[in-house]
Write a protein that binds this ligand. Structure first.
Ligand code: CO
Length: 139
């Protein structure tokens, strides 16, 4: 199982408007995208272009958000996950599971409209790891 390019770093934030303003000051107004609600994942996501890479700001959406526990432990927010590109999420999930790694749930559409899945941090050296199909992988 080989992972590809680092697509983005996920940063948990408790207040999206405040976070967007902070990243606009760091990377410029034009680098900060619009927030997108992802009800299937219980988060609102907002991408910030950082040169060749991206930062994904994520804030809780709804009462069942998986971010709630994270922000309870770290109210100021902080680094939440790393996301790597793969050619096929379905194949990567099968390979990761064959290696005994815990994939959280089933692949689902991510913020870029392509399939994503998450791998348990306990099987990835403490790093919650997202895998995604690159937006341009299928033309
Ligand atoms: Co992500």
């Amino acid at each position: 199982m080989r992972l590809g390019r680092l697509n983005h770093v996920g940063i948990a934030v408790s207040a999206m408007a405040e976070a967007r303003a902070r990243y606009a000051a760091l990377f410029g107004e034009g680098a900060v995208g619009e927030p997108i609600d992802l009800p299937a994942q219980g988060v609102t996501a907002c991408f910030v272009r950082a040169g060749d890479s991206e930062i994904e700001l994520i804030a809780p959406l709804g009462t069942e958000s998986p971010l709630a526990a994270f922000l309870q432990k770290a109210p100021a927010g902080g680094q939440h996950h790393l996301c790597f590109e793969v050619e096929s999420v379905a194949e990567a999930v099968a390979a990761l599971r064959a290696e005994g790694k815990r994939v959280l749930g089933e692949p689902r559409p991510g913020a870029h409209g392509t399939l994503v899945a998450f791998v348990h941090p306990k099987d990835m050296g403490g790093v919650l790891t997202e895998i995604m199909e690159a937006p341009d992988a299928h033309g």
